[in-house]
Design a protein around this ligand. Structure first.
Ligand code: ADP
Length: 291
């Protein structure tokens, strides 16, 4: 990575000379190398990968920007994305993070972000969920969106990875039955974080909530809530405050399994192993509630 070139690009973007005094590699990321840059009275958080990953960083930049523009929950303000030689990068505001803070505020502010609505479900571009491509073509129908662009896409990838015909059949059955879960519930297209597990939510130095590393699109807000429950990490204050701000429908209890099945199938596509049979089991559980 040509750090001098990055200094020049950051300087041009902020309209003030930026020279790095200190560059620290940070751990904790799943996919990219992360750095904390300090200098000229500024601090930045930079993620770096191969140049071929530029689309992923552009989508992250735009996702952070969409959440930032919602004026709700705190997110790192994105500054710049691009390539230098063989490296792709995204530069954003550096926020010192800590493990605990105002969980209730996280619930209230997430509900506020979900109040940012679009006309349709989807997004203006595709992005990635983990490293998996995530398709976000605009759709007037949430059922069709989930059927084709969520279950359908992950099923195609799982088939190519060799999950087997029986599993593919179960996923196709689930896709055919998606509308059963929406007989008396019509979600609105809310701005979603899209990858809201505990590792992507934290608190700033004042204890105010911060979310980052998104896979944004406009969809049913229950999908974000479901993912917070998938690997835990969010406490009862968070859920109580969310429900006070914007109560969840009773059917959420069933639909959260539908929404998390997507992430478990994605985990199969990323990591293989037991996630495949877990995704099948979840689909069978859901199908057992259908007519
Ligand atoms: P990856 O895309 O590789 O998964 P993340 O975006 O999750 O990387 O970032 C890795 C870690 O760096 C996070 O777990 C978090 O602790 C920290 N982090 C993320 N964004 C910021 C930021 N803007 N400022 C400071 N620390 C951050």
């Amino acid at each position: 990575m040509d750090w001098t070139e990055l200094e020049t690009m950051i300087s041009a973007q902020v309209g003030d000379k930026f020279v790095v005094d200190d560059r620290r590699a940070l751990g904790g990321g799943c996919i990219n190398q992360a750095y904390h840059l300090t200098g000229s009275g500024q601090e930045y958080f930079v993620k770096i990968n191969q140049a071929s990953m530029i689309d992923m960083f552009e989508a992250e930049y735009e996702g952070l920007d969409a959440m930032y523009q919602s004026h709700s929950i705190r997110v790192p303000r994105p500054l710049l994305t691009g390539t230098i030689g063989s490296s792709a990068f995204v530069v954003m505001e550096y926020i010192p993070l800590q493990g605990s803070g105002d969980a209730r505020a996280m619930g209230t502010l997430l509900a506020q972000m979900h109040g940012t609505l679009a006309e349709q479900f989807g997004w203006h571009r595709d992005n990635t969920i983990g490293a998996t491509p995530q398709v976000n073509d605009w759709s007037a129908s949430w059922v069709e969106f989930w059927r084709q662009q969520r279950i359908g896409q992950q099923t195609k990838l799982a088939a190519a990875k060799g999950i087997g015909r029986k599993a593919v059949h179960v996923f196709e059955q689930l896709a055919a039955h998606v509308d059963d879960f929406f007989s008396d519930y019509s979600p609105q297209p809310s701005l979603l974080h899209g990858d809201l597990w505990g590792g992507n939510a934290s608190y700033d130095a004042k204890g105010e909530p911060v979310i980052f590393d998104p896979a944004c699109y406009y969809g049913d807000r229950e999908a974000d809530l479901a993912m917070t429950e998938l690997f835990s990490g969010f406490n009862s204050g968070f859920y109580a405050a969310y429900n006070e701000a914007w109560p969840l429908d009773a059917g959420y209890k069933t639909r959260k399994l539908l929404y998390n099945q997507y992430h478990i199938l994605n985990h199969y596509n990323l990591f293989g192993g037991g996630y495949g049979s877990q995704a099948v089991h979840m689909a069978e559980q859901l199908l057992s509630t259908c007519r």
